[in-house]
Each structure stands twice: as C-alpha cells, then as structure tokens.
Design a protein around this ligand. Structure first.
Ligand SMILES: [Fe+2]
Length: 376
C-alpha cells in the first residue's frame, strides 16, 4: 500500500496522469458582412507568391452564368475550376484536381479558394493539402495523418449549415470508406462570411444543409464529450437555428443568422463530437450516395429514443416548412447492403463514444442499427 501511494505521488506519475486536452486550431482570419465578398481581391493580393503562382478558385457550378463570377478577382494565371456539388466529394475527384492543377500551372498555386457549400469547401481544403503531400488523398483519410502544411486556402460559403468553413476536417468518399482528412492543416487560413451569397439557394438544399447544423447542435449538446467550450457554442447555434427555422425573421436576418449558426455549430463539434445521426448517415451516404444533410434528416427522424427533445423540435420544423422526407429509401436492400451500411456506421468509434459513452458497444448492436435503417 505504502509503495502504491509513493508511486502515484511521484512527480513522474503526476506528469503521466495529467489529462491531455486537444490543442485544436481555429480559422485565424474571418470577414463577416453583406457584400464582404468584394474584399477578396485585397485579401488575396497579400498572399500572391509570384505571377506564375496563381490563385485557383474552385466554384460551385451553379454560379457558372451568374454575376458572382465577374466579381472573382482574377489576375495573371489565376483559374476558375467549376465543380458540380450534386454528389459528395470523392478522393478520386481530389486526386484528379491536384493532377490537373500541377500539370497546368507553372508553379504551385499561391492559394486555393473554395466558393460553394460544404462539398466545394471540402474539395478546396483537400486540394490545398494534397498539393503539398504525396500520394493519393485516400492515404490521409483518418486522424492526423497529414505531414506537411497545406497551401494557403480560403473558404467562402454560399450555403450554410455544414460548418465546413470552420472545421478541421474535409469529409471524402473513398473507395472503401467515407471519412475525413482530419488535421491541423485542414483548417482554412481565411474565411469570408457574406450572407448575401446565400440568396437564391433552392429550398431543399437550404433546409437539409441547415438541418445538418441543427443536428450538430443536438448531438454535441447531448454527448458525453460535452464541455463548457462546446456547450457555449452549441447553445448559441441551437438558438440561432430555432430563430431561423421556427421564428419569423426577414430574409436578410435569416441568412445572417443561419451563417452564424453554421459557424457556431461547427465550433461546438470541434471540441466535442457529433453522434448517432451522423454515424448512421455515413452508412447511407456511402452505400446510396445520399447527400449528407438529407441522410442526417432521414436517420434523425427515427432517433427519438436517443434525442427525444431534439427529434420533437425537428418534427415541428419539418411541419412548419412542409418538408416531406423521402420514404422507403432502404426498402428492398439486400442483407449484404444493410451490412455494408452497418459496418461503415460502426467504424465511427468517436461518434458512438460521444453519443453513448465508453461502453457504447454494450448499448448499440448491429441489429438495432439495422432496425433503424429499415425504417428509412
Ligand atoms: Fe454534419
């Protein structure tokens, strides 16, 4: 006994027993305001390495014939590459973009600027990383596998909710898994939050992406990883979501508040984690290619056992906006297909641990997950 006490009290063991807190990066520079997009040229000017090192703008192709394109500050060898955001971003798409940029630029770009929703912003983050790191992006899907800092990269959201503008991940669909490149180098160096850019988002996209944010809040605030840091951001984001989706704001207020809800929701999960809806939605997206926001909603409606208040409010929101979620998505899937989804979902260990605690494996089973999927 004496020996044990002496051991625990030794300086060396106190050192070992010290809790280790995550030292996570935040976006170092951010501009907020209607019309702030037009400051992009001045911001980028300070980051241009040479006339042969261009700025590469990855832009959601919905803007192809819009006036926004004329406001992009093109100089020297700068290029716009339009990206279709109808599907989840893929590792092969990132690898192809990186090869294309290396082949067509005299020097490595000075910066990568993602203008779009979560898909385009995630592509921009991944391309910026992969221009400096060798091999396929598949190699870096996971936690802290990136060795070298990314190229300077800027995020400009035009759809809000995913929190991609603030997160240290870029979620990619790979050949065998849907998983993020989570690293300190993933975080944007600069974000421009211009609520005007959210004008004209189709209602479904606006809704499902906004609900991604709402679900981030519920999963963070009801998780075992919750702490005062996450809670302060999560509660604010949840209030903003309720204002936007259940209140009576004018359009301009609603856009600005949704933009800040997305930001705060992203900050909340940065220091905690998402939960069951996300774990299951990854399976749905992987097998069926369903977009992240919609996949979350499809799962979340059946999670009243885990998030009773959150699901009740979600149903009120669905009602208010007359959203009919698609039905029978999993009807007719084979057992093998169910198993693929179940396996993808069960690999999301941190999400389950946040939702259900360290003994999560005793609280959820493949059968239970199958049961939830079969209702979708
Ligand atoms: Fe999400």
């Amino acid at each position: 006994m004496e020996f044990k006490n002496e051991t625990i009290n030794s300086e060396r063991d106190k050192q070992i027993l010290k809790p280790s807190y995550r030292n996570f990066p935040m976006v170092p520079k951010v501009v907020f305001g209607e019309g702030s997009f037009d400051q992009l040229g001045d911001i980028l000017m300070l980051k241009r390495e040479s006339v042969d090192a261009p700025m590469i703008y990855l832009v959601d192709d919905v803007f192809k014939n819009s006036s926004l394109i004329n406001r992009i500050p093109l100089l020297f060898e700068d290029r716009i590459i339009f990206q279709c955001a109808e599907q989840e971003p893929k590792t092969e798409q990132v690898d192809a973009l990186v090869a294309n940029i290396k082949e067509n630029c005299k020097e490595l770009p000075s910066g990568i600027i993602g203008i779009g929703g979560g898909t385009v912003m995630d592509l921009a983050k991944a391309v910026a990383i992969m221009l400096k790191n060798k091999g396929s992006s598949v190699k870096y899907q996971g936690w802290d596998l990136v060795n070298k800092p990314a190229i300077y990269h800027v995020g400009i959201p035009t759809i809000s909710g995913t929190g991609a503008e603030v997160s240290r991940t870029t979620v990619l669909m790979g050949p065998t898994k849907k998983l993020g490149i989570n690293s300190d180098y993933t975080v944007f160096d600069q974000v421009i939050l211009d609520p005007e850019l959210l004008q004209g988002v189709p209602k479904n996209k606006w809704f499902y992406t906004g609900m991604d944010c709402y679900i981030h809040c519920i999963e963070s605030l009801n998780g075992t990883f919750l702490n005062a840091f996450s809670q302060s951001y999560g509660e604010k984001a949840l209030d903003l979501c309720k204002d936007v989706f259940l209140g009576n704001l004018n359009d301009s207020e609603a856009r600005a508040k949704l933009m800040m809800a997305s930001w705060h929701g992203g900050m909340s999960i940065a220091y905690s984690q998402v939960g069951i809806a996300h774990a299951l939605s990854y399976g749905l997206s992987f097998l069926l290619g369903i977009r992240h926001g919609l996949a979350n909603c499809l799962v979340f409606q059946h999670l009243q056992e885990f998030y009773p208040e959150g699901v009740a409010t979600f149903k009120k929101i669905l009602n208010k906006h007359a959203i009919d979620l698609p039905k029978d998505i999993c009807k007719g899937l084979s057992e093998d297909q169910f198993n693929i989804m179940i396996n993808v979902s069960l690999k999301m260990t941190p999400l389950w641990e946040n939702a259900l605690g360290k003994d999560w494996k005793t609280r959820i089973s493949p059968e239970k997950i199958r049961d939830i999927y079969s209702k979708i």
